[in-house]
Design a protein around this ligand. Structure first.
Ligand code: ADP
Ligand code: ZN
Ligand code: ZN
Length: 716
């Protein structure tokens, strides 16, 4: 008798364990990783076979049988099964949630993989008792290779039999074409830094590597070379990029090198396309998959290399269940599959940089831009000085001068402000009251485009009141500039210049990013105004000036990563200047010219920044020195939410008493109310993830609902 342990496709606490089922004789065979239908109470639910055994179970009479096996081959590979357990433990996620992330909806709800398959007969014929199986076997053997359509035409209702025969090994579902290697076109000859990095990583020795290379140093070229080796050996590679960087240019670059072997995975894929790509990857028909965060779960038969480009990007952390970080998942997966991980960045995450400097992971550097193009010259302008000198515009005198020069020479300018909209506060001049979102504790942003106020945390929008809701005054004014306001000021100051804007509002249409890219390349835009969206990845050789309108936007957020984020944004933005023949120039405007994040970014001195940052993290007990847990309690009413948060905090304190943990709070979240929920935060700092996680899971089970984020990125 054999048994399987099944993880149910249900994201509910009480069902978050494995359930034992009996395998009926008709389904006997290797079921590991298969999706199955099983009884639960009076209904039938889907699940995945996570374990199987022949050892006896308690109360065999009580154990129900598997009802059905759902696909022609297992959707989960053994490595993905282990990875699911790892994620469950690491992030306190439910298995059901993890498996939903691993096997996307599009795959679960159909998208037949049959088109990719062909059948061949193998081994010895089925026993004479199984008459129909024998007939099918003999017929397939006589045909050589049979596609599913032809087989179905011959034996119309053979579906269950086919699955039985595949598991018995008498029929083999083969890939229609089984590539043993993938085509590779020649690339550029590597320079000496690239060559050294390539050789170090290709030589093995380390499971994970940090490839730290200044912007434009040729990191992508190193990835391509490493991938080429894997493809020639018939192995697969996975390339993760931030969603926003997953542009046609990025994909084209891979396609030029690897042609048909390239697959793409992003949020814009339709269900059919997604299911097809997933199955093609699963069957080894894709050699290199370029994708956003969730691509980290796509199955491959022989995965050998995982690359995370711009590994410092916060978008690699998923903010909903399962709250995983793609970098950590990639590393765990690589350990399970025997693959190598390459983390690439000009501004590595402080935690990654720390691991490289401590020798925990391999470390390669590309210290120069390709073709010895110099890094841009960076100047810091103190905005307090400007005010003192009577300059009330949003452009400092120095920035105006530099932009004037660039426009005269017909070069392009990028102006960065990491804030959308026109004005970030709408305030009454008489009573000082700011317009607030009725559902969130944040002020509303005025957008000039539709002349309305918007909340950036929920979907609330409204007309601007003519009179102040608090005192009735008509003296309503706008403060705090956003990108729309910058565009307006640019038009006033440089009326002849052609201006474009790039932020989430302006770039929501399909293909808008692509259009902007082409326009910039063709020189149809003189000044581009945008948010962090334009700070990354784009390669426009005629951009010689980058102006940062206010470097302080991120610096003042109540988040321990604010210094690091500011540094990264400034360096990435600076990296957009001077990528072509003409050297670049960067002007950073700020009210905090002495802050280490700004001075070190101005000098492009990562070591100084890392030292300051690590000293701060160590003294305050933040990662990489300790783990963090953010517990969030929500409620419709603030008093009830607070008292529940207090009960949770007390329970956490009691359980973690002997673990040297620091438990802070409860306190109202920095955004105390969001989408009508009152939010309270409890922050836990401790060292031993293995011990703390089960304790917090217990508290969540007993006092939940309660959101626990392990090593959070969004702290507001
Ligand atoms: P990064 O990924 O570090 O930003 P890229 O790989 O995109 O850098 O390289 C920057 C530019 O330099 C690209 O236009 C690329 O084609 C070019 N480049 C990279 N490596 C070489 C090389 N070895 N020889 C010539 N050009 C190169
Ligand atoms: Zn008022
Ligand atoms: Zn809101």
């Amino acid at each position: 008798m054999s048994w399987v342990e099944v993880a149910l496709d249900r994201a509910v606490g009480p069902l978050n364990r494995l359930w034992t089922y009996r395998v009926p004789e008709a389904l006997e065979g290797d079921l590991l990783g298969y999706r199955v239908k099983v009884p639960l109470g009076s209904s039938a639910v889907e699940g995945y076979v996570m374990r199987q055994s022949t050892a006896s179970v308690r109360d065999p009479a009580q154990v129900k049988a598997v009802l059905e096996v759902l696909d022609p081959y297992p959707l989960l590979t053994p490595a993905l099964i282990e990875l699911a357990f790892w994620i469950q433990g690491r992030y306190l996620a439910y298995l059901g949630q993890v498996l939903r992330a691993m096997v996307p909806q599009a795959v679960r709800s159909g998208g037949s993989p049959e088109a990719e398959l062909a059948w061949i007969a193998a081994g010895s014929p089925p026993s004479a008792r199984a008459r129909r199986q024998q007939a099918i076997w003999a017929w397939v053997a006589s045909q050589g290779v049979v596609t599913p359509e032809v087989l179905r035409a011959q034996f119309p209702d053979a579906g269950p039999l086919l699955r039985q025969m595949t598991r018995a090994g008498t029929l083999i579902a083969q890939r229609r074409e089984t590539p043993t290697t993938y085509p590779v076109h020649p690339g550029l000859p590597l320079n000496r830094w690239q060559q050294a990095a390539y050789q170090a990583i290709a030589g093995g020795g380390e499971r994970t590597w940090l490839l730290e290379g200044v912007t434009g140093s040729g990191k992508t070229e190193v990835y391509l070379e490493l991938i080429a080796d894997r493809l020639r050996a018939g192995r697969q590679a996975l390339v993760l990029v931030p969603e926003i960087a997953l542009t046609p240019q990025t994909v084209e670059r891979f396609q030029r090198r690897f042609g048909e072997a390239v697959g793409v995975w992003h949020s814009g894929l339709g269900d059919r396309e997604r299911a097809k790509t997933w199955h093609r990857a699963r069957l080894g028909q894709i050699g290199v998959l370029v994708g956003a965060r969730s691509a980290v779960f796509v199955p491959f038969p022989r995965l050998d290399l995982i690359i995370l480009d711009e590994e410092h990007e916060a978008t690699y952390k998923q903010e909903e269940h399962p709250r995983y970080h793609a970098r950590e998942v990639a590393e765990a997966r690589a350990r399970l599959e025997g693959a190598t991980v390459v983390l690439g960045s000009a501004t590595p995450d402080v935690e990654t940089a720390w691991r490289a400097r401590r020798g925990h992971i391999g470390w390669c550097r590309l210290p120069e831009r390709v073709a010895e193009r110099p890094l841009p010259a960076v100047e810091v302008v103190d905005l307090r000085e400007e005010l003192r000198a009577g300059n009330r515009t949003i452009f400092s005198r120095r920035l105006q001068e530099v932009v004037d020069q660039a426009l005269q020479r017909r070069e392009q300018v990028i102006l960065l402000l990491n804030r959308r909209g026109y004005a970030t506060f709408v305030i009454c001049r008489d009573c000082g009251e700011a317009l607030k979102c009725p559902s969130c504790a944040v002020s509303l942003t005025f957008h000039a485009q539709d002349q309305r106020v918007h909340c950036h945390y929920c979907f609330h929008e409204a007309a601007v009141p003519e009179r102040c809701p608090a005192c009735g005054s008509r003296r309503i004014r706008y403060f705090g500039a956003g990108t729309e306001r910058v565009v307006e000021e640019v038009r006033q100051r440089w009326p002849a210049a052609r201006v474009a804007r790039a932020d989430r509002d302006a770039m929501s249409g399909r293909g808008s990013q692509e259009r902007l890219y082409r326009q910039m390349l063709a020189g149809q835009v003189d000044i581009l105004v945008g948010t962090q969206m334009i700070a990354k990845g784009m390669d426009w050789p005629r951009v010689t000036v980058v102006g940062v309108i206010a470097a302080d936007v991120a610096l003042n957020l109540p988040d321990f990563r604010s210094g690091e984020r500011t540094f990264q944004l400034l360096v990435q933005a600076s990296g957009r200047a001077g990528r072509g023949e003409i050297p670049g120039r960067v002007v950073i405007q700020t009210y905090n010219p002495e802050h280490y994040a700004i001075t070190s970014a101005a000098q492009q001195n990562f070591e100084v920044m890392i030292e300051e940052e690590l000293a701060f993290r160590e003294s305050a007990g933040y990662p990489p020195y300790r783990h963090l847990w953010l517990l969030e309690v929500r409620g419709e009413y603030p008093e009830a939410a607070r008292s529940k948060a207090e009960a949770v905090a007390a329970a956490v304190r009691e359980r973690l008493l002997d673990q040297g943990a620091e438990v802070l709070g409860p306190a109202p979240a920095p955004i105390a109310r969001m989408r009508n929920w009152w939010r309270f935060h409890i922050l836990v700092k401790a060292d031993d993830l293995q011990r703390v996680n089960p304790s917090l899971a217990e508290v969540a089970d007993r006092l939940g609902p309660l959101t626990v984020t392990v090593d959070p990125y969004f702290m507001l």
